[in-house]
Design a binder for this molecule. Structure first.
Ligand code: FA5
Length: 366
């Protein structure tokens, strides 16, 4: 059926009623032929509009021009033929639309087929923070000589942070560790942010009998003005070894073994006498400055040396707080400044860089 025919359906009266089936069969053939010629969705839409369009489609046209004006005796027959024709067209339309949709999907799929030979998207990998690397390296060294790792609370009581370490309230050593106190409800015991990892010496000895060989990694806090080598929150690793017959030679051998493993041969180290209320004798362990290599600079305050940790033989006064017999047991303890060790190891000249999370800095430690 071409466009002209659609527009000019001959009045039904001019066709004899007996020819109705033949007329509708011929219209249906026209549709089938046109539908078979459709190749894509756009052509299909045109055909769909031409036949099923609400205003000027063939079905609408037959309804308007034939059905409505059909003589009474023909109305039912025209109606039935028209319904059969519409049902046929709609079922073909549904089938063709399904086929076209599937064909379009198939075409899209074959266009979008994954090319497995293409290189994948490369994701930027993060890296371990230099302080974490330093913690892991120190732990590895001490684990290899029989120490084990324990951890303790960052919020402490004055008893563990000071008193049980032989630093009573009036002791001047409390002033060297200017302390952050935590506000607590009225009537409850005072709490503070631990100023060093040494409270874990006492907590461990309270729970375990000798032999004890532990290290305690952790964060500590002091009211300090930040500069290139000082921070108000920094990191320490406490070490403690207590047994029968431990001597100063065992202590020196242990920390020299650690220094050799950690720094290698280039960095120079030295021990110098010091004072801590919880060790007797006490020493300070220094390494040559990573920035000036001993010549004197801003980082080492012109001394050529950077203080890395304090250490010494456990003061027998401490054993009394943990019920150890000082006549039977002795040992050594040390408190490594992890940030300072990392600075020397990686040649970092400002401790503040560890805490700024600048990706340009962190990227340098893959
Ligand atoms: C102590 O904290 C003792 N508890 C160490 C100790 C343990 C001695 C066991 C004897 C036996 P000191 O205050 O010196 O000691 O701190 C230890 C190390 O922490 C220092 O050598 C230094 O490397 C580091 N340190 C101290 N203050 C700071 C700071 N503000 N910023 C960064 N590192 C610091």
């Amino acid at each position: 059926m071409n466009d002209d025919t659609r527009k000019t359906l001959a009045p039904l009266e001019s066709n004899s009623p007996e020819r109705l089936p033949e007329i509708f069969a011929s219209i249906r053939e026209d549709f089938d032929r046109e539908a078979a010629a459709v190749r894509d969705a756009q052509q299909w839409k045109q055909l769909h509009d031409a036949w099923l369009g609400r205003k000027s489609g063939v079905i609408a046209n037959i309804t308007e021009n034939w059905l409505k004006s059909a003589p009474r005796e023909l109305k039912s027959a025209v109606g039935q033929s028209l319904n059969a024709l519409r049902a046929h067209i709609e079922s073909v339309a549904a089938q063709r639309e399904k086929e076209l949709r599937e064909a379009a999907e198939q075409a899209a799929l074959s266009r979008e087929r994954a090319d497995l030979s293409l290189p994948g998207a490369i994701r930027a990998l993060g890296c371990r923070h230099p302080l974490r690397q330093t913690f892991e390296e120190i732990e590895r060294i001490f684990l290899s000589i029989g120490f084990s790792v324990v951890e303790g609370p960052e919020i402490e009581t004055p008893y563990y942070n000071f008193d049980a370490l032989n630093i009573p309230e009036t002791h001047p050593a409390r002033d060297t560790m200017d302390t952050f106190y935590v506000s607590t409800p009225a009537g409850s015991p005072p709490r503070l942010l631990r100023t060093h990892t040494s409270p874990m010496q006492v907590r461990t000895m309270e729970k375990r009998k000798p032999p004890v060989r532990i290290i305690v990694p952790g964060r500590v806090y002091r009211r300090e003005n930040p500069d290139a080598s000082h921070s108000f929150a920094f990191h320490q690793i406490e070490g403690l070894a207590v047994d029968r017959d431990i001597t100063f030679a065992d202590f020196k051998g242990t920390i020299e073994y650690f220094a050799g493993q950690f720094f290698g041969p280039r960095t120079r180290v030295r021990l110098r006498p010091s004072y801590f209320p919880f060790t007797e004798p006490s020493v300070e362990f220094d390494a040559s400055c990573s920035m000036c290599e001993g010549g004197g600079c801003r980082l080492c305050k012109q001394s050529g040396w950077i203080e890395l940790f304090g250490a010494g033989m456990v003061n027998p006064a401490v054993y009394q707080f943990v019920d150890y017999d000082p006549k039977q047991y002795c040992g050594f303890a040390f408190g490594l400044g992890v940030d300072r060790l990392a600075m020397i190891k990686f040649g970092i000249t400002d401790i503040q860089l560890f805490f700024q999370n600048d990706a340009r800095f962190l990227r340098q430690f893959p």
